[in-house]
Design a protein around this ligand. Structure first.
Ligand code: BGC
Length: 772
C-alpha cells in the first residue's frame, strides 16, 4: 500500500495538500460521472505537469486495429477503445499574461474534495505567480444526474493582492488523444466549430464507425451577485472554440465564471441536430442557473442513497470505502439505457477499453438488483439479448453450429474484441455468467415474463454452445471439456476446469427448467420460440441430459475437494504465505511459465463456483474447499477477495473475512496495487458491496426466498444496509446483539433469519436476537 494521502471522512474524499506526484491518482479517485458521461478530475485551467486527460461519453468507442505479434485465426480485427472525448471543462486563466498552472505557480491552501453524498467535486487553492501576484480559486463541478447531457462548473477567482486584469478563456477542445492507441493516431476527425460571444459548439466524429459527438458551452460571469457584461474575443480553429474575456478585477472581490456544457452523441440524435441539441442543453442549463441545477442534482443523489446506503459504525475507514464504492458504481451506470454497460474502469481511465466483461453479470448485477429498481438489472440483461446474434456469429467463426452462442470476453457491440488466445478462445466460462445472471435476476425479481421475452433465447444459445464444446472421452467414460481457461487466468489450456464444467451443466439444467416453465405457462409463445430458433427439443435436450449426467467434475476423494482441473494435484502445492514479499505480485516478478506451472491461483475459481451454487453444498464442503484453495490464492485480480469474504463469512472465519475485505474495499483509495492513476476498479467495487451485504450481512437467496446469516466483523459496532427486496425497501441493522429489519416501504416482505421465516409488514420494524 502506498502511504495514505487522503483523509478519512464518512461522506467525502479529501486531499489536503498539493503534491503533483499524487495528481494522477487523484484524477482517477475524484472522477465524476452520471451514467451518460464521465470526467476524470483533470484541472479546468492549463496544467503542464503529468496528467491523464479523460472525458468519456458512454457507448462511444473506437475499433482500434488489432496489433499482435502472432496472428491466430479467429482473432478479432480490432480492440474497442473507450475514447477520451471533448475537453468541455477547459478554462484557461491568465494574470497579466502569465498562465495559471499549478505546475509552475506557487500553490498553497490546496484542497480537493469529492462529496459522495451529493456527487460534487470541489477544489480550492491559492496560487502565486512569478510577479508575486496571488489569487484564490474555488472550482466546483458536477455532471447532472437529472439532465444527464449537462455538466456545470462554477469557477471563482479572487485577486488577493492586486488590482488589474485577469483573463479567462473558457473553451471546448476536441483535439484530444487517447493514451491507449495501438497505432499512435488520434481517433477524432473534425466536423464543425461554431463560436459567438459567450457560447460555442464543436462537433467531431470518430475516424471509424462515424460516432459523432457535439459539445456546446455557454458561460457567464458574476461578481458578488452582479452579472458582469462581457465583450469576449472569440476564436475557432479545427476542433476548438474559445472565448477570451478580460476581467477588470479589484483586490478581495470574487469573480465567478459559470460554465455550462451540453454534450450529445449520435447514439441518441440524428447528426444534423446534434450540435443544436447540445447548445439547447447548455443554454437551458444556463437559463435555469447553477444553483437550481445543483439542487436538483443533489436531491437525485440523495434519492439514490436512500435505497443503497451502507452505514458501518466503528470503522470510519471502512465506512468511507464502502460509500466510495457505491458512489462510483452509480456514477458509472444508471440503467436508463440498455445499450450501455459497465467497463472495468468505468469512466475513470482507458484501461480495459471501457468495454463489457463477465464482471457485469458475475459481480455488478447483484449490486444493481438490490439497490435500484428491477429495470436497471433488466437493462443489463437486455444488453446481452441484443448481442445474441453477434454471439452466435462469434461461435460460428470458431466452428460451432446450430445457433450455439459464445458471448465475447470483451465487447462494446457484441463482437469479440479481445485478442489473447487463452482468453479469447478459452475463457469461455463467461458464457455461464451470462446465463446465471438471468437466473439471478428472475429469482430476485420474479419477473418470469423476461424468460419468454428474452431469456430463453439466450439460454438456448449458450446451452447449445456447451453441448457442442464438450466431447465424449472413451478413456474416462465421461464428457470432458478440453482446452479452457477458468476464472483463474494463471492456468491456460487446461482440461475439465471444475468451474467451467459446472457452469455448463448448470446452464443446460436451468434451460431445461425454463423450457418446462414456458411449456406449462406460455405454450404458444414457446412454440413460436421453437420455430424461431429451429429448436429440435427432444434430440437436443436428450443430449444435454446426457452431458449433465456424465460430465467430468474433477474431485479428490482423499481430501474431498473439487479439483480446479485435471492434474491439479500434480503441482507442487504450497501456500502463498511461503512467497517472499519481494516476489509478489507474482505476475510482476515471475516468468509466465513459472506462474502457469505453479499452484498459485489468481482469483476465485473453484470457489467462484461454490459461491454461485452455495445452496447445493453443505458447510463442510464449503469449508474443505476454502481451506484447500484460499492459502494458494494470491488474489491478483481485484475481483477475487470478495468471493472469499463471502465464503469465509459463511463458514465462520470472521478474521479472514475481514482481512480480505480490507483488500477490496480500499483498493483504490489506498492504491494497494499502485495503479490507481490508470483508473479505478469499478467492477470490483461491486464485489466490495457483495462482501458487505452478502458476506458480513449474510444475505443470500435460496429457492427465491431472502435469507440472512450475518457475521459482524469484530471491530464494527454495527452494520446497517438498505436493500430493495421485490416491492419492499428494507433497512437491515446488525449490531453485537440483534438483527433488526426496518421496512420503509408500503409493501410487506418475507425473510429468513438463520432459516427461520419472518414476515415484516409495510412501514414496520422487527428485531431478532443474534443468538436466536
Ligand atoms: C480478471 C478477469 C476480469 C478482467 C476485467 C482480469 O484481471 O482476471 O476475470 O474479467 O480482469 O476486470
Amino acid at each position: 500500500m502506498e502511504k495514505r494521502y487522503l483523509e478519512i471522512d464518512e461522506w467525502k474524499i479529501v486531499e489536503k495538500e498539493w503534491n503533483p506526484d499524487n495528481h494522477m491518482k487523484s484524477e482517477s479517485i475524484f472522477s465524476i460521472g452520471n451514467g451518460r458521461m464521465g470526467q476524470r478530475a483533470n484541472f479546468e485551467e492549463n496544467y503542464s505537469g503529468k496528467t491523464l486527460q479523460g472525458s468519456y461519453v458512454a457507448g462511444v468507442y473506437y475499433p482500434d486495429k488489432t496489433k499482435v505479434g502472432w496472428w491466430k485465426n479467429g482473432y478479432p480485427e480490432y480492440f474497442a477503445k473507450v475514447l477520451n472525448s471533448v475537453n468541455w471543462i477547459g478554462m484557461d486563466v491568465k494574470v497579466e499574461g502569465e498562465s495559471l498552472d499549478l505546475n509552475t505557480c506557487k500553490v498553497s491552501e490546496f484542497t480537493r474534495e469529492l462529496d459522495m453524498q451529493h456527487g460534487l467535486l470541489t477544489r480550492s487553492f491559492e496560487a502565486e505567480f512569478s510577479t508575486g501576484k496571488r489569487i484564490r480559486v474555488e472550482a466546483q463541478r458536477f455532471l447532472s444526474l437529472v439532465a444527464d447531457e449537462v455538466g456545470a462548473i462554477s469557477y471563482s477567482i479572487t485577486p488577493l493582492n492586486f488590482v488589474g486584469t485577469i483573463t479567462v478563456v473558457p473553451y471546448l477542445d476536441f483535439d484530444v488523444e487517447n493514451h491507449d492507441a495501438n497505432w499512435e493516431e488520434k481517433f477524432w476527425a473534425p466536423v464543425e466549430e461554431k463560436v459567438a460571444a459567450q457560447k460555442g459548439t464543436v462537433t467531431a466524429k470518430t475516424k471509424k464507425l462515424d460516432f459523432h459527438v457535439s459539445a456546446a458551452m455557454r458561460f457567464e460571469v458574476y461578481e458578488g451577485g452582479n452579472h458582469i457584461t462581457l465583450y469576449p474575443e472569440t476564436e475557432k480553429r479545427e476542433k476548438f472554440v474559445s472565448n477570451t474575456v478580460d476581467l477588470k478585477v479589484e483586490q478581495g472581490k470574487t469573480y465567478t465564471i459559470y460554465k455550462y456544457a451540453g454534450i450529445t452523441s449520435s447514439m441518441n440524435y440524428a447528426v444534423a441536430t446534434l450540435s443544436t441539441t447540445a447548445d439547447e442543453r447548455a443554454s437551458t442549463a444556463m437559463r435555469r442557473g447553477y444553483s437550481t441545477l445543483l439542487e436538483e442534482h443533489k436531491n437525485a443523489w440523495l434519492e439514490k442513497w436512500s435505497t443503497a446506503d451502507i452505514v458501518i459504525d466503528g470503522d470510519p475507514a471502512a465506512q468511507q470505502a464502502i460509500r466510495f464504492n457505491i458512489f462510483h458504481l452509480f456514477q458509472t451506470f444508471t440503467g436508463v439505457d440498455p445499450r450501455l454497460n459497465i467497463g472495468p474502469k468505468g469512466f475513470t481511465g482507458e484501461k480495459y477499453g471501457g468495454s463489457t466483461y463477465w464482471d457485469t453479470e458475475a459481480y455488478c448485477l447483484p449490486f444493481y438488483l438490490s439497490t435500484t429498481g428491477p429495470e436497471v438489472a433488466r437493462n443489463l440483461l437486455i444488453y446481452r439479448y441484443k448481442h445474441l446474434n453477434k454471439a452466435i456469429e462469434n461461435a460460428q467463426k470458431l466452428g460451432f453450429t446450430n445457433g450455439a452462442a459464445l458471448y465475447p470476453m470483451v465487447t462494446m457491440n457484441g463482437e469479440e474484441c479481445h485478442n489473447e488466445w487463452e482468453i479469447t478462445f478459452e475463457e469461455i466460462h463467461r458464457n455461464g455468467a451470462i446465463a446465471y445472471a438471468i437466473y439471478n435476476y428472475v429469482r430476485q425479481t420474479l419477473d418470469r415474463e423476461y424468460l419468454q421475452e428474452y431469456g430463453f433465447e439466450v439460454l438456448l444459445g449458450i446451452s447449445r454452445f456447451w453441448a457442442q464444446r464438450v466431447n465424449w472421452s472413451e478413456a474416462k467414460g465421461k464428457f470432458v471439456m478440453l482446452g479452457v481457461t477458468g476464472p483463474n487466468e494463471y492456468e491456460n489450456n487446461i482440461n475439465n476446469n471444475f468451474y467451467t464444467n459446472k457452469m455448463a451443466i448448470w446452464t443446460m439444467g436451468y434451460t431445461l427448467e425454463v423450457i418446462e416453465y414456458l411449456k406449462a405457462n406460455h405454450a404458444d409463445k414457446y412454440e413460436a420460440l421453437v420455430a424461431k430458433t429451429n429448436f429440435d427439443e427432444s434430440t437436443e435436450t436428450a443430449h444435454w441430459s446426457n452431458v449433465i449426467e456424465k460430465i467430468e467434475l474433477p474431485f479428490d476423494e482423499k481430501r474431498e475437494v473439487y479439483l480446479q482441473q485435471d492434474g491439479f494435484l500434480d503441482k507442487e502445492l504450497r501456500s502463498a504465505d511461503s512467497l517472499d514479499d519481494s516476489e509478489r505480485p507474482i505476475n510482476q516478478h515471475w516468468s509466465w511459465d513459472r506462474i502457469l506451472r505453479s499452484c498459485f491461483i489468481k482469483q476465485a475459481d473453484v470457489l467462484q463456483g461454490l459461491y454461485f451454487f452455495e445452496h447445493e453444498y453443505d458447510l463442510d464442503t464449503l469449508k474443505r474447499n476454502f481451506d484447500f484453495y484460499e492459502p494458494m490464492t494470491v488474489h491478483e485480480s481485484s475481483l477475487s477477495p470478495c468471493v472469499h469474504v463471502i465464503l469465509a463469512s459463511r463458514i465462520g472465519y470472521g478474521e479472514k473475512a475481514y482481512e480480505l475485505y480490507l483488500r477490496t474495499s480500499r483498493l483504490d483509495i489506498d492504491d494497494y496495487n499502485r495503479e490507481v492513476h490508470e483508473g479505478l476498479h469499478i467492477t470490483s467495487m461491486a464485489g466490495t458491496w457483495m462482501s458487505v451485504v452478502q458476506g458480513f450481512g449474510g444475505m443470500k437467496i435460496v429457492d427465491e426466498k431472502l435469507h440472512f446469516e450475518p457475521l459482524l466483523p469484530e471491530g464494527w459496532n454495527s452494520l446497517n444496509f438498505t436493500i430493495r427486496w421485490r416491492d419492499a425497501v428494507l433497512k437491515v441493522t446488525i449490531d453485537g446483539d440483534n438483527f433488526s429489519v426496518e421496512n420503509v416501504s408500503e409493501a410487506s416482505a418475507e425473510f429468513y433469519f438463520k432459516n427461520e421465516a419472518h414476515t415484516i409488514s409495510a412501514n414496520s420494524s422487527t428485531s431478532i436476537a443474534l443468538s436466536a
